[in-house]
Design a protein around this ligand. Structure first.
Ligand code: GLC
Length: 508
């Protein structure tokens, strides 16, 4: 899609931020941020990170992976994020203002304030420019290309200021693709930057950052001689550019790394993936196993452990009460916590839901998304008030009550780079049913910790759901399955180890 910037008048002036009024940090404060030189220096570049700003799974991964890598003691991990106005003042007020620089992007010369905050052994930097980031939400603006070009350029420009040249610059998704592209096309010729290696991780190949070729120099500040790196199908494609420019690239599960070589999954990028296959790896995401712990979670109605699920019945009862469903311990509660978009497999659910509701079950859905699905499920809830509960909201506390209070968790995605919800459901002893794709395939094994089906077919899915409903009645065996699900190791330990190895390989 061609995106034309129309903000010339505003952008020609340099844009200054009111945030700059705080006093600059003293040089010794800046120096204290530099930890042992023995540790390998890793810089994450991302557009969101928990707990500061969250719109999806990417934020969870940035927050929890950076923490786990820092905890190994082998890495000095830092993260750069935009300073969105949606970052809550509870955090923002604690950020230290380090100073500001001006960042050139073609004819623009933009203010770039730099804030710092340390959490769980990771240093976070925030790029401040109110013209770009003082808006509600993170994405979806006509000038997203310019906003993230500025962000990516700033990441490279702040390095001398913060005195941190990473050994690996780990970029995530299209919003930070330009950092890898700029490194290769400009910065790696400068002495301080020449040893930086770029790793690019694809969390979702659907969003690639596609723009009109007219914007190459004027907006993205890329020389014509480098057009071949970012050009794809007569457009600029930033994800393609990052794949070409990085030393290595990865996706968030081994299965998805295989799948994106195939046109069915690659949203048009499969020839590029195949061409660069020699530098591709798939590493399964983990989850924050302390944050998602049924024994500790204060958001759920009662705590329990995989050894003693007794209190999970209280969670179920309270959930049924809250959602105005008949309170019945014996009926299986099937749940979905999902964005209501078609690649999450919702067309399979809409195709069979009325059939399924003839069985003695309750079905709970939580999420927002396409109005078509929102309307469909609200209508089903009106027609089957004793069996179906539609919660068309984004509500973190309710999601945990659903994970803990239901028996079966459905995730029939058409494609799923990794998926975190199936792992979270397991942690709460809720048995997942998934389609065998991407990270769902890699994390859920039939009858070991859940149920799976392979073809993207509504009746294959219905067959497996009915098998699970039948197995649910055998309480003894079902408890064993719940136990195996709840004790599957989804911590970051294994995956952080794999990333560590990947970084070390890149530095050889
Ligand atoms: C994206 C993917 C999801 C993955 C998450 C974190 O949101 O759609 O499958 O779990 O990124 O990597």
């Amino acid at each position: 899609m061609a995106t034309k910037t129309t903000n010339t008048a505003t952008a020609k002036k340099t844009t200054k931020s009111t945030a700059a009024k705080k006093p600059a940090a003293k040089p010794e404060e800046i120096k204290s941020a530099v930890v042992s030189t023995e540790k390998k220096k890793i810089l994450f570049v991302a557009s969101e990170a928990q707990p500061f700003i969250v719109t999806g799974g990417l934020a969870e991964v940035i927050g929890s992976l950076s923490k786990s890598l820092a905890a190994t003691g082998n890495f000095d991990v830092r993260v750069v994020l935009p300073l969105y106005s949606d970052i809550k003042s509870a955090y923002r007020d604690k950020f230290t203002y380090l100073g500001n620089i001006y960042v050139h992007l073609a004819w623009r010369n933009q203010y770039c304030g730099i804030f710092q905050y340390e959490k769980d052994g990771v240093i976070f930097y925030f790029i401040d420019n109110e013209f770009y980031f003082k808006r509600p939400g993170c994405y979806g603006y006509y000038d997203d290309g310019e906003r993230f070009a500025f962000f990516s350029r700033s990441v490279l420009e702040i390095m001398p200021f913060i005195n941190f040249y990473p050994e690996v610059m780990h970029c995530h998704d299209w919003q930070s693709a330009l950092a890898a592209i700029y490194l290769k096309t400009n910065y790696c010729f400068r002495e301080e930057y020449q040893y930086i290696r770029a790793l690019f991780t694809i969390h979702n190949i659907e969003y690639q950052g596609q723009y009109s070729l007219d914007l190459l120099g004027d907006l993205f500040d890329i020389f014509g001689s480098y057009q071949y790196l970012v050009e794809y199908n007569n457009s600029i494609n930033l994800m393609k550019g990052a794949i070409e420019c990085c030393e290595k690239f990865s996706t968030v599960s081994p299965k998805y790394a295989e799948e994106i070589k195939d046109p069915y999954y690659a949203h048009g990028l499969d020839p590029i993936i195949r061409k660069n296959e020699f530098k591709l790896t798939g590493i399964l995401n983990g989850i924050d196993d302390i944050g998602y712990n049924c024994a500790l979670d204060r958001n759920i109605s009662a705590n329990y452990t995989p050894e003693d699920f007794k209190n999970k019945a209280i969670c179920k009862e309270e959930l049924q009460k809250e959602l105005n469903l008949p309170v019945r311990a014996d009926v299986p509660v099937i749940s979905m916590v999902s964005r209501l978009v078609s690649h999450k497999g919702l067309d399979l659910v809409t195709a069979i839901i009325e059939d399924l509701l003839q069985d003695d079950i309750q079905f709970v859905i939580l999420g927002t998304g396409d109005s078509h699905f929102e309307g469909f499920f609200s209508d089903i809830a009106r027609r089957y008030p004793d069996k179906f509960s539609a919660n068309i909201v984004f509500n973190g506390v309710l999601s945990r009550k659903i994970y803990s209070g239901s028996d079966i968790f459905l995730m029939p995605s058409k494609s799923e780079p990794c998926g975190l919800s199936q792992m979270i459901a397991c942690r709460y002893g809720t048995v997942p049913i998934v389609r065998e794709t991407g990270g769902l395939y890699d994390s859920i094994k039939p009858l070991e910790n859940g149920y799976t089906f392979s073809n993207y077919n509504a009746h294959d899915m219905l067959f497996v759901i009915r098998q699970a409903i039948c197995d649910y009645k055998n309480k003894k065996e079902w408890k064993k399955l719940m136990y195996r699900a709840a004790t599957t190791d989804f911590s970051w330990n294994n995956s952080a180890q794999k990333y560590s190895q990947l970084y070390l390989d890149m530095l050889k």
